[in-house]
Design a protein around this ligand. Structure first.
Ligand code: ADP
Ligand code: MG
Length: 505
């Protein structure tokens, strides 16, 4: 058992030694400008899912820690709101520059704690974090109100004011990026933020918090680790928290919403998805196959809320598409997340591992349908305890199957043949979720009609780009409430509008 208790100081300069960094960050929150242990002194283990080894400990936060962080945030926010908006933006952009120097380090640390492959996922995520901060850093002067033509003798204007302390609760799949999409607009808009990290991935976001605290005023941005009911719930219910932004499961999102309702505070909820991809025979087939690989996030073991987990392919190219997709995924290398050659890393935790495996068993037991397991399991004995699962492609399951209805959050996608676009549109919309969708066709008449009628927050034609900083993103139906990314997210979701009227007569 490695010793994760005798940590040295957290290094100031970027480090390639992610194991030493994980130990140094162990057992700590970051509250009011400083690393501190939990008030209770308790911690919980952080595990590398590729080996099962304990890589460190995280502070086990509770309501006492939440209260400390929120009070410090409320005090800091009062001063921060007085800082001119463009200057707030400049400081967030300075954070982006600092984080850019730590991209490789953060990539290694997140790969170590989540099992996501360094080259294809983890380092990429770290780079996008800096990009999101840079984007919002330039938007300070866009916190605009309006002038309203109310009466010729009356000046009537609206101004945007910060909400106060924002509570942000994040998941483990892309914790750094999803955090950046919350903290950057919140801070530029003049709010303070307290983040509760996901229990499976507390370390890389803690490092980011410490780095940003070298630039930002003390107390403005704090980081707590701990479990949902003990640490997340008191953050949501704290009287000084005036907005909650949450990414996670539908179940927990509803609990958060219900608690926020008692305080009448606004919430943003980014929840699950079961995103359809619809492939017509006139599309460029190899581009569509590549689009399925990207959109299904096979490099992230499918652990994405926008994963293209229902792929409808026109019957005339159905078998060909299925074979091409399977061959493409088969060629991907599953292995040590920290190895540059690896395309696909591991599942996050034993719980998720069992859940994904049980879905695969359910799929195999269906009377109709076939399946194919792709990409070889890693041979390295050091990875024998790793949470690796081969990507599975199911074909022709009944539409009632749980694999088709429920979010799996794993490397499992389902292909179905279709004949008619009106019918496939109805099938695509027959879901509790409505996060994203893509259509692959060169017939814009059909493509655009479908784009308008698909029940989803984001529809793409002939591409499957991942979340972009300047495009608003968020779902309908059970996929959530409100938008993230873009100017809209900052203005609509992290400020409130005040009307001011002046009688000039
Ligand atoms: P998962 O299925 O991955 O555990 P969750 O929605 O439960 O998804 O978790 C997402 C985030 O929500 C995590 O940071 C988790 O700790 C937090 N969380 C879980 N339960 C609660 C709760 N009751 N109140 C606030 N946050 C919670
Ligand atoms: Mg949970």
């Amino acid at each position: 058992m490695p010793d994760t208790t005798s940590a040295g100081p957290v290094p100031a300069a970027p480090t390639a030694d992610c194991r030493a960094l994980a130990r140094a960050l162990s057992g700590l929150h970051f509250i009011d400008g400083a690393f501190v242990p939990a008030g209770s002194g308790r911690t919980f283990p952080v595990v590398n899912p590729a080996t099962g080894e304990e890589i460190g400990q995280a502070a086990l936060g509770d309501g006492t820690d939440v209260d400390r962080a929120v009070r410090a945030a409320a005090a800091a926010q009062k001063e921060w709101a007085k800082v001119p908006a463009r200057k707030r933006g400049r400081l967030v952009a300075d954070c982006a520059r600092l984080l850019n120097e730590h991209v490789d380090e953060l990539g290694r640390l997140i790969a170590l704690e989540t099992g996501k492959a360094l080259r294809t996922e983890s380092r990429v995520e770290a780079g996008v974090v800096a990009d999101v901060l840079e984007f919002y850093g330039g938007l300070g002067s866009e916190l605009k109100g309006e002038s309203v033509p109310f009466h010729p003798t009356m000046l009537s204007v609206t101004v945007r004011e910060p909400l106060g302390v924002v509570g942000a609760i994040i998941p483990w799949n892309v914790p750094m990026l999803l955090m950046a999409l919350k903290i950057a607009p919140a801070l530029v808009a003049g709010n303070a933020v307290v983040v509760k990290s996901a229990e499976e991935a507390p370390l890389a976001v803690l490092r980011i918090c410490e780095l940003m605290n070298r630039v930002l005023p003390k107390g403005l941005f704090s980081m707590l680790s701990g479990f949902g009911p003990e640490c997340g719930a008191p953050l949501v219910s704290h009287p000084l928290v005036k907005k909650v932004t949450f990414t996670g499961s539908v179940e927990t999102g509803k609990i958060v919403y219900a608690t926020a309702a008692q305080k009448l505070i606004p919430v943003t909820l980014e929840l699950g998805g079961k995103s359809p991809m619809i492939v017509f025979p006139d599309c460029a087939l190899d581009r569509a196959v590549e689009g399925a690989v990207t959109s299904m996030r096979f490099t992230r073991q499918g652990q994405s809320c926008t994963a293209a987990s229902r792929i409808y392919v026109h019957r005339s190219i159905y078998e060909r598409f299925g074979a091409a997709l399977a061959a493409r995924v088969d060629a991907m290398v599953m292995g040590d997340p920290l190895d540059e050659k690896t395309d696909i890393g591991t599942i996050i935790s034993p719980g998720q591992f069992e859940k994904v495996r049980s879905y695969i068993e359910i799929g195999k037991a269906e009377k109709d349908g076939s399946w194919r397991a792709c990409s070889a399991m890693p041979a390295d004995p050091a990875l024998a305890k790793g949470l690796f699962i081969q990507p599975h492609i199911f074909m022709g399951l009944p539409p009632t199957s749980r694999l088709v209805r429920e979010e799996i959050f794993g490397p499992v996608t389902c292909l179905f043949p279709f004949d008619d676009w009106e019918a496939v549109l109805a099938e695509a919309n027959d879901s509790d979720y409505g996060l994203a969708a893509s259509i692959w066709t060169n017939d814009l008449r059909v493509g655009l009609q479908m784009a308008h009628r698909l029940e989803a927050g984001l529809v793409q034609i002939n591409q499957n780009l991942v979340v972009q900083a300047n495009l608003s993103y968020g779902g309908v139906k059970q996929s959530g409430l409100g938008k993230e990314a873009s100017l809209e997210a900052m203005n609509e979701h992290f400020t409130h509008k005040k009307t001011i009227m002046v009688n000039m007569a």
